[in-house]
Design a protein around this ligand. Structure first.
Ligand code: AN7
Length: 357
Protein backbone atom coordinates (compact mmCIF):
# COMPACT_ATOMS: atom_id res chain seq x y z
CA UNK A 1 0.00 0.00 0.00
CA UNK A 2 1.05 3.63 -0.52
CA UNK A 3 3.03 5.34 2.26
CA UNK A 4 0.47 8.15 2.62
CA UNK A 5 -2.48 6.14 3.82
CA UNK A 6 -3.71 6.53 7.40
CA UNK A 7 -1.19 3.98 8.68
CA UNK A 8 1.63 6.49 8.37
CA UNK A 9 0.11 7.76 11.64
CA UNK A 10 0.25 4.33 13.28
CA UNK A 11 1.92 5.74 16.42
CA UNK A 12 -1.32 7.69 17.03
CA UNK A 13 -3.59 4.67 16.39
CA UNK A 14 -4.38 2.46 19.45
CA UNK A 15 -4.37 -0.87 17.61
CA UNK A 16 -1.75 -3.35 16.46
CA UNK A 17 -0.67 -1.95 13.07
CA UNK A 18 0.84 -5.34 12.23
CA UNK A 19 -2.74 -6.70 11.99
CA UNK A 20 -3.99 -3.71 10.02
CA UNK A 21 -6.93 -4.20 7.70
CA UNK A 22 -6.25 -1.69 4.96
CA UNK A 23 -7.48 -0.75 1.50
CA UNK A 24 -5.08 2.21 1.31
CA UNK A 25 -7.62 4.56 2.91
CA UNK A 26 -6.76 8.20 3.53
CA UNK A 27 -4.25 10.47 1.82
CA UNK A 28 -7.27 12.06 0.07
CA UNK A 29 -7.13 15.05 -2.31
CA UNK A 30 -6.87 18.52 -0.75
CA UNK A 31 -8.15 20.84 -3.48
CA UNK A 32 -7.72 24.62 -3.45
CA UNK A 33 -11.03 26.02 -4.78
CA UNK A 34 -10.17 29.52 -5.97
CA UNK A 35 -13.31 30.16 -8.04
CA UNK A 36 -15.71 29.57 -5.14
CA UNK A 37 -13.22 31.10 -2.71
CA UNK A 38 -13.04 34.30 -4.77
CA UNK A 39 -16.84 34.50 -5.04
CA UNK A 40 -17.15 34.22 -1.24
CA UNK A 41 -14.06 36.29 -0.35
CA UNK A 42 -12.28 33.49 1.50
CA UNK A 43 -9.38 31.08 1.07
CA UNK A 44 -11.17 27.78 0.38
CA UNK A 45 -9.77 24.26 0.44
CA UNK A 46 -11.89 21.12 -0.04
CA UNK A 47 -10.85 17.76 1.46
CA UNK A 48 -12.28 15.15 -0.92
CA UNK A 49 -13.17 12.13 1.21
CA UNK A 50 -15.12 10.58 -1.67
CA UNK A 51 -11.72 9.48 -2.99
CA UNK A 52 -11.41 6.82 -0.28
CA UNK A 53 -11.60 3.13 -1.32
CA UNK A 54 -15.38 2.75 -0.87
CA UNK A 55 -16.11 6.41 -1.61
CA UNK A 56 -16.51 7.99 1.83
CA UNK A 57 -14.54 9.02 4.97
CA UNK A 58 -15.96 5.96 6.78
CA UNK A 59 -13.09 3.88 5.41
CA UNK A 60 -10.66 5.55 7.81
CA UNK A 61 -12.77 4.50 10.79
CA UNK A 62 -13.50 1.04 9.44
CA UNK A 63 -9.83 0.31 8.77
CA UNK A 64 -8.98 0.89 12.45
CA UNK A 65 -12.29 -0.61 13.68
CA UNK A 66 -11.90 -3.89 11.78
CA UNK A 67 -8.23 -4.03 12.81
CA UNK A 68 -9.46 -3.91 16.42
CA UNK A 69 -11.99 -6.63 15.60
CA UNK A 70 -9.10 -8.81 14.35
CA UNK A 71 -7.08 -7.95 17.48
CA UNK A 72 -10.06 -9.08 19.58
CA UNK A 73 -10.55 -12.27 17.57
CA UNK A 74 -14.27 -11.65 16.87
CA UNK A 75 -15.85 -13.44 13.90
CA UNK A 76 -18.78 -11.13 13.14
CA UNK A 77 -19.05 -7.34 12.90
CA UNK A 78 -22.15 -5.24 12.36
CA UNK A 79 -23.64 -1.77 12.07
CA UNK A 80 -26.76 0.21 11.46
CA UNK A 81 -26.35 2.66 8.62
CA UNK A 82 -27.82 5.38 6.44
CA UNK A 83 -25.60 3.74 3.82
CA UNK A 84 -21.92 4.64 3.83
CA UNK A 85 -21.09 2.97 7.14
CA UNK A 86 -22.55 -0.28 5.82
CA UNK A 87 -20.84 0.10 2.43
CA UNK A 88 -17.49 0.58 4.15
CA UNK A 89 -17.91 -2.08 6.84
CA UNK A 90 -18.97 -4.70 4.29
CA UNK A 91 -15.79 -4.09 2.26
CA UNK A 92 -13.43 -4.05 5.25
CA UNK A 93 -15.12 -7.10 6.79
CA UNK A 94 -14.60 -8.96 3.48
CA UNK A 95 -10.95 -7.86 3.47
CA UNK A 96 -10.51 -9.10 7.04
CA UNK A 97 -12.43 -12.35 6.49
CA UNK A 98 -15.08 -11.36 9.06
CA UNK A 99 -18.81 -12.07 8.82
CA UNK A 100 -20.86 -8.87 8.54
CA UNK A 101 -24.47 -7.89 9.33
CA UNK A 102 -25.94 -4.49 8.52
CA UNK A 103 -29.36 -3.01 9.41
CA UNK A 104 -30.72 -0.31 7.10
CA UNK A 105 -33.83 1.93 7.13
CA UNK A 106 -35.93 0.52 4.27
CA UNK A 107 -36.26 2.77 1.24
CA UNK A 108 -33.95 5.42 2.64
CA UNK A 109 -30.53 4.23 1.50
CA UNK A 110 -28.97 5.64 -1.68
CA UNK A 111 -28.55 3.15 -4.53
CA UNK A 112 -24.74 3.10 -4.69
CA UNK A 113 -24.37 2.44 -0.96
CA UNK A 114 -26.93 -0.38 -0.96
CA UNK A 115 -25.19 -1.95 -3.96
CA UNK A 116 -21.84 -1.88 -2.12
CA UNK A 117 -23.19 -3.38 1.11
CA UNK A 118 -24.87 -6.20 -0.79
CA UNK A 119 -22.07 -6.84 -3.27
CA UNK A 120 -19.30 -7.09 -0.68
CA UNK A 121 -21.26 -9.88 0.95
CA UNK A 122 -22.78 -8.37 4.11
CA UNK A 123 -26.03 -9.92 5.36
CA UNK A 124 -28.31 -6.93 4.74
CA UNK A 125 -31.42 -6.41 6.91
CA UNK A 126 -33.96 -3.75 6.06
CA UNK A 127 -36.27 -2.43 8.79
CA UNK A 128 -39.45 -0.41 8.58
CA UNK A 129 -38.10 2.53 10.58
CA UNK A 130 -35.35 5.15 10.48
CA UNK A 131 -31.61 5.02 11.18
CA UNK A 132 -32.11 5.63 14.90
CA UNK A 133 -34.42 2.57 15.12
CA UNK A 134 -31.87 0.50 13.16
CA UNK A 135 -29.10 1.56 15.56
CA UNK A 136 -31.19 0.56 18.59
CA UNK A 137 -31.80 -2.87 17.04
CA UNK A 138 -28.18 -3.67 16.20
CA UNK A 139 -26.94 -2.28 19.53
CA UNK A 140 -29.21 -4.80 21.28
CA UNK A 141 -27.59 -7.61 19.29
CA UNK A 142 -24.11 -6.32 20.17
CA UNK A 143 -25.00 -6.18 23.87
CA UNK A 144 -26.12 -9.82 23.62
CA UNK A 145 -22.68 -10.66 22.21
CA UNK A 146 -23.94 -11.62 18.74
CA UNK A 147 -21.53 -9.27 16.95
CA UNK A 148 -18.91 -6.52 17.35
CA UNK A 149 -20.59 -3.14 16.80
CA UNK A 150 -18.76 -0.75 14.46
CA UNK A 151 -21.02 2.30 14.46
CA UNK A 152 -19.26 5.47 15.58
CA UNK A 153 -20.29 4.81 19.17
CA UNK A 154 -17.25 2.50 18.93
CA UNK A 155 -14.23 4.70 19.76
CA UNK A 156 -11.96 2.83 17.33
CA UNK A 157 -14.01 4.30 14.47
CA UNK A 158 -13.17 7.82 15.67
CA UNK A 159 -9.50 6.85 16.07
CA UNK A 160 -9.42 6.18 12.33
CA UNK A 161 -11.38 9.25 11.33
CA UNK A 162 -9.25 11.63 13.43
CA UNK A 163 -6.60 11.18 10.69
CA UNK A 164 -8.62 13.67 8.61
CA UNK A 165 -7.54 16.27 11.18
CA UNK A 166 -3.93 15.13 10.91
CA UNK A 167 -3.96 15.28 7.11
CA UNK A 168 -5.52 18.71 6.72
CA UNK A 169 -2.92 20.24 9.05
CA UNK A 170 -0.16 18.54 7.05
CA UNK A 171 -1.85 19.51 3.75
CA UNK A 172 -1.66 23.16 4.91
CA UNK A 173 2.07 22.88 5.63
CA UNK A 174 1.76 22.08 9.33
CA UNK A 175 -0.66 24.93 9.96
CA UNK A 176 -4.23 25.04 11.20
CA UNK A 177 -6.99 26.55 9.04
CA UNK A 178 -9.20 29.19 10.62
CA UNK A 179 -12.23 26.93 10.29
CA UNK A 180 -13.26 23.39 9.35
CA UNK A 181 -16.79 22.92 8.00
CA UNK A 182 -18.42 19.51 7.64
CA UNK A 183 -21.84 17.84 7.54
CA UNK A 184 -23.03 16.30 10.82
CA UNK A 185 -25.29 13.27 11.21
CA UNK A 186 -24.42 10.83 14.04
CA UNK A 187 -21.73 13.41 14.97
CA UNK A 188 -18.79 11.00 15.07
CA UNK A 189 -16.77 12.74 12.37
CA UNK A 190 -16.76 16.27 13.84
CA UNK A 191 -15.77 14.75 17.19
CA UNK A 192 -13.02 12.65 15.58
CA UNK A 193 -11.51 15.48 13.54
CA UNK A 194 -11.40 17.72 16.62
CA UNK A 195 -9.64 14.92 18.55
CA UNK A 196 -7.03 14.64 15.79
CA UNK A 197 -6.48 18.40 15.73
CA UNK A 198 -6.04 18.48 19.53
CA UNK A 199 -3.58 15.57 19.45
CA UNK A 200 -1.47 17.29 16.79
CA UNK A 201 -1.53 20.56 18.76
CA UNK A 202 -0.53 18.72 21.93
CA UNK A 203 2.33 17.10 19.99
CA UNK A 204 3.48 20.63 19.09
CA UNK A 205 2.90 20.41 15.34
CA UNK A 206 0.98 23.69 15.17
CA UNK A 207 0.03 26.49 17.56
CA UNK A 208 -3.53 27.37 16.46
CA UNK A 209 -6.70 25.33 16.11
CA UNK A 210 -9.68 25.79 13.73
CA UNK A 211 -13.26 26.65 14.63
CA UNK A 212 -15.24 23.43 14.16
CA UNK A 213 -18.43 24.18 12.22
CA UNK A 214 -21.12 21.53 11.82
CA UNK A 215 -23.83 21.74 9.16
CA UNK A 216 -27.12 19.86 9.34
CA UNK A 217 -30.21 19.58 7.14
CA UNK A 218 -32.88 21.84 8.63
CA UNK A 219 -35.38 19.03 9.31
CA UNK A 220 -32.71 16.77 10.78
CA UNK A 221 -30.70 19.14 12.96
CA UNK A 222 -30.61 18.24 16.66
CA UNK A 223 -27.04 19.53 17.14
CA UNK A 224 -27.50 22.74 15.13
CA UNK A 225 -30.83 23.43 16.88
CA UNK A 226 -29.09 23.24 20.27
CA UNK A 227 -26.13 25.44 19.21
CA UNK A 228 -28.35 28.05 17.55
CA UNK A 229 -30.58 28.25 20.64
CA UNK A 230 -27.55 28.56 22.94
CA UNK A 231 -28.44 25.35 24.76
CA UNK A 232 -25.98 22.63 25.84
CA UNK A 233 -28.77 20.03 25.65
CA UNK A 234 -29.29 18.20 22.36
CA UNK A 235 -32.94 17.27 21.93
CA UNK A 236 -33.47 14.39 19.48
CA UNK A 237 -35.54 15.13 16.37
CA UNK A 238 -38.41 12.60 16.26
CA UNK A 239 -38.88 12.21 12.51
CA UNK A 240 -35.75 13.52 10.82
CA UNK A 241 -36.14 14.06 7.09
CA UNK A 242 -33.90 15.31 4.27
CA UNK A 243 -32.97 14.38 0.71
CA UNK A 244 -29.42 14.10 2.11
CA UNK A 245 -30.26 10.65 3.47
CA UNK A 246 -26.73 10.12 4.82
CA UNK A 247 -27.40 12.70 7.56
CA UNK A 248 -31.08 11.83 8.12
CA UNK A 249 -30.38 11.11 11.81
CA UNK A 250 -32.48 12.37 14.74
CA UNK A 251 -30.53 11.16 17.79
CA UNK A 252 -26.75 11.51 17.22
CA UNK A 253 -24.80 9.05 19.40
CA UNK A 254 -21.82 11.41 19.64
CA UNK A 255 -23.79 14.58 20.41
CA UNK A 256 -21.93 15.22 23.70
CA UNK A 257 -18.52 14.92 22.00
CA UNK A 258 -19.68 17.07 19.09
CA UNK A 259 -21.04 19.84 21.33
CA UNK A 260 -17.74 19.80 23.22
CA UNK A 261 -15.76 20.06 19.94
CA UNK A 262 -17.87 23.04 18.84
CA UNK A 263 -17.63 24.76 22.23
CA UNK A 264 -13.90 24.14 22.83
CA UNK A 265 -13.02 25.38 19.34
CA UNK A 266 -15.28 28.45 19.53
CA UNK A 267 -17.04 26.95 16.52
CA UNK A 268 -20.69 26.88 15.55
CA UNK A 269 -23.39 24.92 13.76
CA UNK A 270 -25.88 25.92 11.08
CA UNK A 271 -28.82 24.41 9.22
CA UNK A 272 -29.41 24.37 5.48
CA UNK A 273 -32.48 23.46 3.41
CA UNK A 274 -32.62 20.57 0.95
CA UNK A 275 -32.74 23.10 -1.90
CA UNK A 276 -29.59 24.82 -0.60
CA UNK A 277 -27.91 21.39 -0.40
CA UNK A 278 -28.85 20.46 -3.98
CA UNK A 279 -27.79 23.88 -5.30
CA UNK A 280 -24.43 23.55 -3.54
CA UNK A 281 -23.96 20.02 -4.86
CA UNK A 282 -24.30 21.18 -8.47
CA UNK A 283 -22.37 24.44 -7.82
CA UNK A 284 -19.34 22.48 -6.53
CA UNK A 285 -19.53 19.95 -9.38
CA UNK A 286 -19.83 22.53 -12.15
CA UNK A 287 -17.57 25.25 -10.72
CA UNK A 288 -14.71 23.18 -9.27
CA UNK A 289 -15.27 19.76 -10.85
CA UNK A 290 -15.67 18.03 -7.48
CA UNK A 291 -18.56 15.51 -7.44
CA UNK A 292 -20.10 14.80 -4.05
CA UNK A 293 -23.28 13.23 -2.65
CA UNK A 294 -25.97 15.54 -1.20
CA UNK A 295 -24.95 15.27 2.48
CA UNK A 296 -21.39 16.28 1.60
CA UNK A 297 -22.64 19.36 -0.25
CA UNK A 298 -24.19 20.54 3.03
CA UNK A 299 -20.73 21.79 4.02
CA UNK A 300 -20.59 24.03 0.93
CA UNK A 301 -24.19 25.16 1.43
CA UNK A 302 -23.37 25.95 5.05
CA UNK A 303 -20.22 27.84 4.02
CA UNK A 304 -22.24 30.07 1.69
CA UNK A 305 -24.88 30.73 4.34
CA UNK A 306 -22.30 31.57 7.04
CA UNK A 307 -20.44 33.95 4.72
CA UNK A 308 -23.72 35.62 3.72
CA UNK A 309 -24.82 36.06 7.37
CA UNK A 310 -21.42 37.43 8.39
CA UNK A 311 -20.52 34.54 10.71
CA UNK A 312 -17.48 33.79 8.52
CA UNK A 313 -15.12 36.74 8.06
CA UNK A 314 -13.69 37.78 4.70
CA UNK A 315 -10.23 36.30 4.15
CA UNK A 316 -10.75 33.33 6.49
CA UNK A 317 -8.86 30.18 5.53
CA UNK A 318 -11.56 27.49 5.45
CA UNK A 319 -11.42 23.74 4.87
CA UNK A 320 -14.69 22.11 3.79
CA UNK A 321 -14.79 18.34 4.28
CA UNK A 322 -16.84 16.73 1.50
CA UNK A 323 -17.55 13.30 2.85
CA UNK A 324 -18.89 11.07 0.04
CA UNK A 325 -18.67 10.56 -3.73
CA UNK A 326 -21.40 11.74 -6.13
CA UNK A 327 -21.81 8.16 -7.42
CA UNK A 328 -23.22 7.12 -4.05
CA UNK A 329 -26.57 8.68 -4.93
CA UNK A 330 -26.90 8.56 -8.74
CA UNK A 331 -30.69 9.04 -8.65
CA UNK A 332 -30.43 12.48 -7.02
CA UNK A 333 -27.69 13.48 -9.46
CA UNK A 334 -29.67 12.41 -12.55
CA UNK A 335 -32.94 13.94 -11.27
CA UNK A 336 -31.16 17.32 -10.96
CA UNK A 337 -30.13 17.33 -14.65
CA UNK A 338 -31.77 17.76 -18.06
CA UNK A 339 -32.40 14.58 -20.06
CA UNK A 340 -29.76 13.58 -22.63
CA UNK A 341 -30.59 15.15 -26.06
CA UNK A 342 -31.49 12.42 -28.53
CA UNK A 343 -30.23 13.06 -32.06
CA UNK A 344 -29.68 11.10 -35.28
CA UNK A 345 -26.17 9.86 -36.07
CA UNK A 346 -25.83 12.81 -38.50
CA UNK A 347 -23.02 15.05 -37.06
CA UNK A 348 -24.98 18.10 -38.32
CA UNK A 349 -27.69 17.47 -35.73
CA UNK A 350 -25.14 17.62 -32.92
CA UNK A 351 -23.23 20.52 -34.50
CA UNK A 352 -26.41 22.64 -34.46
CA UNK A 353 -26.89 21.95 -30.75
CA UNK A 354 -23.22 22.53 -29.89
CA UNK A 355 -23.45 25.99 -31.40
CA UNK A 356 -26.19 26.88 -28.92
CA UNK A 357 -24.35 25.87 -25.73
C1 AN7 B 1 -21.61 11.16 3.17
C2 AN7 B 1 -21.77 11.39 4.66
N1 AN7 B 1 -21.54 12.63 5.14
C3 AN7 B 1 -21.68 12.91 6.46
C4 AN7 B 1 -22.09 11.94 7.35
C5 AN7 B 1 -22.24 12.34 8.81
O1 AN7 B 1 -21.10 11.89 9.53
P1 AN7 B 1 -21.31 11.66 11.12
O2 AN7 B 1 -21.73 12.99 11.68
O3 AN7 B 1 -20.00 11.20 11.62
O4 AN7 B 1 -22.37 10.62 11.22
C6 AN7 B 1 -22.34 10.63 6.91
C7 AN7 B 1 -22.78 9.62 7.89
C8 AN7 B 1 -23.31 8.44 7.52
C9 AN7 B 1 -23.76 7.48 8.50
O5 AN7 B 1 -23.96 7.80 9.66
C10 AN7 B 1 -23.96 6.08 8.05
O6 AN7 B 1 -23.50 5.73 6.95
O7 AN7 B 1 -24.60 5.31 8.81
C11 AN7 B 1 -22.16 10.34 5.53
O8 AN7 B 1 -22.37 9.12 5.01
Amino acid sequence: CRRDNIWKYKEFLPVNAENRVSLDEGGTPFCKCDKIGKELGIDLYVKVEGSNPTGSFKDRGMSVGTTKAVDLGVDMVGCASTGNTSASLSAYAARAGLKCAVVLPSGKVALGKLAQAMFHGAKVFSIDGNFDDALETITELALEGELYLLNSINPYRLEGQKTIGFELVQDLGWESPDRVILPVGNAGNISAIWKGICEFKEAGYMKDVPRMTGIQAENSAPIANAVKSGSDEVIPVENPDTIATAIRIGAPVSSIKAMRAIKESDGTAETVSDDEILDAQMYLARTEGIGVEPASAASIAGLKKLVENGEIDQGERVVCIVTGHVLKDPNVAIDACEEPTSVSSDPADIRNVLRTI
